[in-house]
Design a protein around this ligand. Sequence first.
Ligand code: PAF
Length: 283
Amino acid sequence: MQILQTAAALQAQTETWRREGQRIGLVPTMGALHEGHLQLVRAAAQECDVVVVSIFVNPTQFNNPEDYRLYPRLPEADAELLGPAGCTALFLPSVEEMYPRPTVLHFDFGSLERVMEGAHRPGHFNGVATVVSKLFHLCRPHRAYFGQKDFQQVAIVRQLVQDLSFDLELVAFPTIREADGLAMSSRNRRLTPEARLVAPALYRALQQAEQLVHQHNTPDAIRIAVAELLGQEPSITLEYFEVADAETLQPVSEWKPNQTIALCLAAQLGGVRLIDNVVVKTV
Ligand code: PAF
């Protein structure tokens, strides 16, 4: 596996591969890799000829400087995992390499970003769209792989690909969970042992919400039930729980038949912010 640290090196390598007719898969990450990332890499290795994994803790998508400072950074351990998973090239740029000058770009995803993560993390999706656009330009992948745990991010990137005519296929993979249900996330490493024990309550609340959808409770009743359920856990501060249309991401006030619904939440647990979601279909 090669390690590329400059934009020019990534561009030159991927241009060579393109000329040779190789199909390029890109897995953008912020590192501190877990099984969820590795599944994306393995899928990319099966479906493409070469796989680029980027590891870049992107400062422009953090609205909280402390979250940026404490984000786990483990490039050496990550690099060891990537070769066996099928990564051909690891792109590991510095902040100066990705942002030689402060970026002034501004993206507006309209109603898609006025809810949930977009509403609670001002500027977050601007930073995501900026860095993902840069990576797409530098790498020109045929396929780009993302995890559905970041449900809203996938919707934003899909819109980005469509609006900026990126010639690539977006591939979204289901959330990978620990045995106790906790969604895998790089931020889980920051949980204290006590918080780690409590964290699966988030997924249990989503499972309960899913049951309530199947039992035809109203969206508002489900919002109240989840807030009450998680309110019983003193160490969890629920930022939001939303019953959203899976395509538009807008809050749902009544059910339509055969509607795909995303039940999404974000919560703070011992100073660590976690998100999770489940997707459910109405009858
Ligand atoms: O999902 C992430 O890890 C990041 O938001 C991404 C897509 C790598 C952009 O920095």
